[in-house]
Design a protein. Sequence first.
Lengths: 283, 348, 347
Amino acid sequence: MKAKQNWRLMALLLPAIALICVLFLNPLVGVLIQSFVGDDGFTLKSISKLWTSRLARVVLERTFWLAFTVTVICLLVGYPAAYYMSQLRPRKRAMITYLVLLPFWISILIRTYTWIILLGREGLVNNALQWLGLTEQPVQFLYTNFAVHLGMVQILLPIVILPTVAGMVNIDGGLIKAARVMGASPIRAFWSVFFPLSLSGAATGGLICFILSLGFYVTPTLLGGQKSLIIANLIDLQVHKTLNWGFAAALATALLLATLLCLLIFWLATRNRPEFATGGLSR
Amino acid sequence: MKDTGATIEFRNVRKEFGAFTALDNFCLEVGAGEFMTLLGPSGSGKTTALNALAGFIDVGQGDILIDGISIRQTPTEKRNIGMVFQSYSLFPHRNVLANVSFPLQMRKMHKAEVRQRSMKALEMVQLAELAQRMPHELSGGQKQRVAIARALVFEPRVLLMDEPLGALDLKLRESLQLELKALQKQIGSTVIFVTHDQGEALTLSDRIAVMDQGEIQQICTPQELYDQPASTFIANFIGSNNILRVGGADQHSIQVEGLGRIPLKPGTEKPYAVGLRPELIRRTESDGVPAMVEQTIFSGEAIRYIARTEDGTEILLVEPRHPGEAPLAAGQSIALGFDFENLIFLPK
Amino acid sequence: MTITRRNFNLGSVAALGALAAPAMARAEGTTIVVNGSGGSLETVIRDMFELPFTEQTGIKVRASAPVSLPKLKAMVESGNVEWDLTELNGDDVVIATKNGWLEELDYSIIDPEGLLPEMAKEPTALVRASYSTVLAYRTDRYEGEQPSSWADFWDVERFPGPRSLENSPKGTLEFALLADGVAPEDLYPLDVERALSKLDEIKAHIPVWWSTGAQHVQLLIDGEVNMTSCWNGRISPLQTEGKPVAITFNEGALMLSYMGMPKGAPHPKEAMEFLKFRLNPKLAADFVKVVPYPGFVPGMFDYLEPDFVETLPTAPKNAAAQFKFNSQWWAENLEEVTERWTEWTLL
C-alpha cells in the first residue's frame, strides 16, 4: 500500500524529470561527447589541453577565485541584513523580503548596464567625486575586478540573504534565552549559539552563490577588463571565435566537474551535522 | 541538604501586554531552599512571573528581590539563575557534555574543572555514558535530564522550571518527578516550578501558589490546598471534587443539592457551594442519600461511580477496588454516606 | 556506430529550434533566406534591394541574422541548410571554402557581361561591401595636434588617456606593427610576437577591448576612451549629430565583406539572381549614401557626389592611405594566432 502511494507520488515528478532529460541531460551528454570528438572521431586532445594549456588553468583558477571572493563578500554583506530581517515580525519581514527580491524583476543585463552608467569615467560616481574635489582625474572603476565584484554581489546578494534568513528564522528563540540565563551576555549568546546555528542557512546561500558565480558570463563581460574574464567567457571564445568546440566542451565539462566537486565537499563536510540536514531551510 | 538556596520576593509586580494584564499586583515570598510551585491554567500569569524573574521581560511596576537585593537592573546573565524549559532548549550543535558545560564556560572556569563538574552533573542525572551524544540522538526524557543537569551544573541558588515535564508521557513524567524532588533536596536550591498539572504540583511542592488572571488565589502547602481550597475555582482545579450548589438557608442549616439539609455551625456565613471529595463518600446500607448508579469506570487501583440522587444531582464517588468483588452495575440503587466534617464550604 | 561530429550536430542544430523548414518555403513558390548582420541595416536592405527584387522577379526574400560561422558550419554539416546566402568576412570565406561549406558561384548568372573587377570575384564569394577599421578619436580631448597615425595612438605622452582596440588580433596586430615602424607592404606575414610586445606598451592604457561596433561607438561618446580603432561607417552618423569625434583613414585596414552561398543552399539559382540584382549601380549608389560600405559595383560612383565619394573607404585617396587586409594569411593562421591572442589578453 505504502509502496503504491510512493509510486503515485513519484509520478508527480515525471514532468520535471522529462524536462530535465530533454533540456538538460541531452545537451549535457552532447557536451560530454563533444569533448572527446575531434576532426577524425575520438580524441583525447581537447581533454588533455585542460592540463597542458596554461590559459585554461589560469582562467579556471581565476574563475574559482572570483566565485570565492564574491561569495565571501555576499556573506559578509548579506549576513547582517539577514539577521536584521530574521528579527522582524513576520509581516514586516515579508515586506522586506519583497524589497530584497525586487531586483529580480529587472534583467541581469539591465542591472549590469546600470553599473556602466554609474561607474563610467563620466558617470555619476566619478562626477560626484570630482565635484567634491576628491579626485582630479576620473577614477577607472569600470573594466576592473572591482566593478565585476560590485555587479556580481549586487545580483547574488538576495540569493545569499534569503536562505540565510530562512535558517535564522528557524532558530528557536528559546535557545538564546537559555544561553542568556546560563550566563552568556547578548554578544556571547549570539556567537556561541545563534551564529553556529545560522551557519547552515548561510552556507546554503553561500554554496548557491558560489556555484552561480562559477557560471557567470554577462557581468564579467560587460564590467570587467580582460583580466576579469572567466571560464564562461573562455568557452564563449572557443565556440564563437576559434571554433574549437572540442576544447569548449572540455572546458564546460571541467566546470561541471568542479561544481560537482564543490557540492560533494559541502556534503561531506556537513553530512554529520543535523542542522545542515535540510540545508537549514527547515527543521 | 545544603543550605544554598536564596530567598526570592516579588513585590507588587505588575506587567501588562497591551490590554492584557499578565501580572496584577503580584506578591510572592519564597523561602531559602523552598520548592514553590506556581499552578494555574494557561494565561494565568505564572510564566510571566518566571520570565520576569529570569529577566526575559521588563517588569512594569514593582520589584523583584533575590536575597533581599533588587535585581531589576541586573541583566539576565548576571542573575545566576538555573532554568529548565518545557522545550528542553538544548543547543542542537553541541553534544551532551558541551551543553552541560555551557554555563561553566560562560563563567570562565578552568577547562579541567568544567569537565569534571559537568560529568558530575551528568552522573547526577544518570547520563554520564551519553556525554558524547548529540541532542537529536536522545529521547525526550534523556533530553530533559540533560537540561536539568545543565541547569544545576553551576549550583545555582535559584532554579526555575517552566513546565519541564510537560512534553513527556505520563510514566516518564512520574519517574522524573521523583528524581527532580530528590535532586532538589540534594542541591538545596530554591525552586520556582511552573505547571498546570495539579498532580505534579501536589507531589513536588513545599508550597503551591494557585494563580488565576494574574493574581495568587491561594498559597499554602499541598495538603492544605487539597483539604481546604479557598475557592470553588481551586476546589475544582485541584483533584476531582463534587461541587454542590447551596440553595436555601436558615440560621442553623443550608440546603445542599444532592445531599439535602446540612447543619450550619453558628456564626458561619452561608457558603456559595459545598465540596465533597469523591473518595470521602462511602456506600452505606441505610441512612444515606439514596442514589442510582449511572456509570461505572474502572481505573485500575480504584473504581469510580457516577451516581444520580433523587433530585437529579450527579455525584462522583471513588472506592478502592477489592479483588474478587464485582463492581456495581448501572441501574443499581445505593445509599451514599459522608461525614459533615469532610464537607468543604466554598465561597464564590 | 562511431560518433562523428556530423551526426552529433544533427541533434544540436535541431536544438537551435530557429530553423524554418525549407520544404515549407519551397511549397509556397520561392522564398530565399539571406543572412546578414541584422539591426537597422536589415530594414535598409529590405527597402532598397529585397522588395524591388520581389517586385521584379516574384521571388520573396526573407532576412535572418546574425552572421555566424559556427552556425554555417552546423547547418552544412547537419545537411539542414536554411540560408541561401550569407554575409561573410574575408577570412571566414577562406575558412568556409577550405572546409567545403560554400557553393561555387556561377558568375555567368551574376555578372553575365563580365563588368566586375577580378578583385570582387572569389570562386565561392562575391564582394558585397568594403569597410575600413580606422583610428577614431575624440576631437575635444587634445588641443592642437590630433592623432593621425598608429604611432600617435601608441604615444601616451602626447596623447594621454584611455583608449580601446578590438578584442581580436585581426587588424589590431597590423596596427601595432605599423606603430612599430613596419611599412604597410611588409606587414605580411605578420610578426605576431613583435606586434604583441608593441601592444604590451599600451596594454595598461586599454581598460576595455571592444568586441562589437555598437560598443566602440558607445565607449567614444560616453568618454570612456579618447581613441579607439573603429569601423569607418559608424562615425559619420555621430558627426551629423554633432558629437566631437573624427576618424583618419591613414593606416586604416581596408577589409572586404562577402556574400557566399552555403553548400546545399535550397535555392541556388534564385540566390544568384538576387546577387546580380544587387549589382545595379543606381541601387548600389543609393544604398551607399545610407550605408557607407561600398561594394565594387561597376558604375556606382557615377551616381554619387564627389565630396561624398571622398568619405568612402574605396575612394582612391582613402584606399591609398590604407593597407589591404590579407584575409588569406589570416585564414591560414587564424586558429594559432587567436589562441596566442587569447592567452596574451587573458593572462
